[in-house]
Design a protein around this ligand. Sequence first.
Ligand code: NAD
Ligand code: ZN
Ligand code: ZN
Length: 368
Amino acid sequence: MKIRAAVLEEFGKPLVVREVDLAEPKAGEVLVRLVACGVCHTDMYTASGVDPSGYAPTVLGHEGAGVVEAIGEGVSSVAVGDHVVTLFSPQCRECIHCLDPRTNICLAIREQQGEGYLPDGTTRLSLDGEPLRHFMGTSTFAEYTVMPEIALANISKEAPLDHACLFACGLSTGIGAAIYTAKVEPGTTCVVFGAGMVGLGAVAGARIQGAERIICVDLSDERLELARGQGATDTWTAGPDTVERILEETGGFGADYTFEATGLVSVMQQAAESARMGWGLCTVAGVAGKGETLDVIPRWLITGRRVCGSSFGGVKGRDQVPALIDRYLEGEIDLDPFISHSLSLDEVNRGFELMEAQDGIRSVIAFS
Ligand SMILES: NC(=O)c1ccc[n+]([C@@H]2O[C@H](COP(=O)([O-])OP(=O)(O)OC[C@H]3O[C@@H](n4cnc5c(N)ncnc54)[C@H](O)[C@@H]3O)[C@@H](O)[C@H]2O)c1
Ligand SMILES: [Zn+2]
Ligand SMILES: [Zn+2]
């Protein structure tokens, strides 16, 4: 079929919305009609050409939500008409990692997905007869996409899809970091560095887990205000003295849990150093630049601080995204403040501009 999609033709150039061909879903695959898709930093990062693992041409987009239009042979976990959230982090439910509660990093299709192919090593997208690679296994800046069944979360039909799409990336990453990676305990003190989509999600996750004190640190007053809305008890303007301040406010010990959601190694270091002696856990969610390293004084670890990373918030997507969306439907998470702009597919580059200007948290593309 012919569909309209935002194609990254050349790194560093605006995306081009054009007609491309999309083939029918094969065995284990699903045709999804996109209803909404968030615009995320990872899309912009890839478009810029700075990401060493990026490739072009490709159809970008990975924060999608939509409706199942057709299923390939053997597909059993979704049916035509179901509402789905796309998962760049799939869950096959069979690999050694999927069977282990300690990780959400599914091994089933990593290689093919990383190179822009569907699990059988081919593409369903093409442009003027030439294969066009899929991005993050999702390619959701498009009216329709074909994805592996294992990369779709089957969600409640009650959830508005322009809100549900936030769970496809940043929001789940933040909430999950608090709930599934750090497993924040009630009555504790948490510090969240960064109040973008990921950091605000971590604030919400810490609140849901029953943290007593949630300190959010950012440079933007506007974003710190949003953090208050998600449950931050203290909001601080970031500075070089943040670690000292955290130690002062915690009897010299540090916070039970710290979360880094900026992508800056200097902030990761602050997050590691402000985790509590004895049992403090620093969870790194930000993605640092290629080649950057994190400096941690080993003696800090000896005395009981721990540092861990979190991909997609440790969320096992097919099981836990629907569960998180149910919690949103029950009123536990207010998503409205996150959606700052609604755009058409043709305005996708405007979404990048807004993100660069830090105008709002998320622009969401609405497909008509
Ligand atoms: N681990 C994952 O699976 C995953 C998924 C999505 C995004 N990410 C990464 O998470 C990070 C955050 O994503 P986002 O969408 O929230 O980004 P964002 O740019 O919207 O938010 C980052 C925030 O950090 C703040 N900041 C900048 N310098 C700071 C400092 N010195 N101290 C405190 N705050 C500071 C900014 O003001 C901004 O509000 C990025 O690195 C992104 O690539 C990771
Ligand atoms: Zn994303
Ligand atoms: Zn798996």
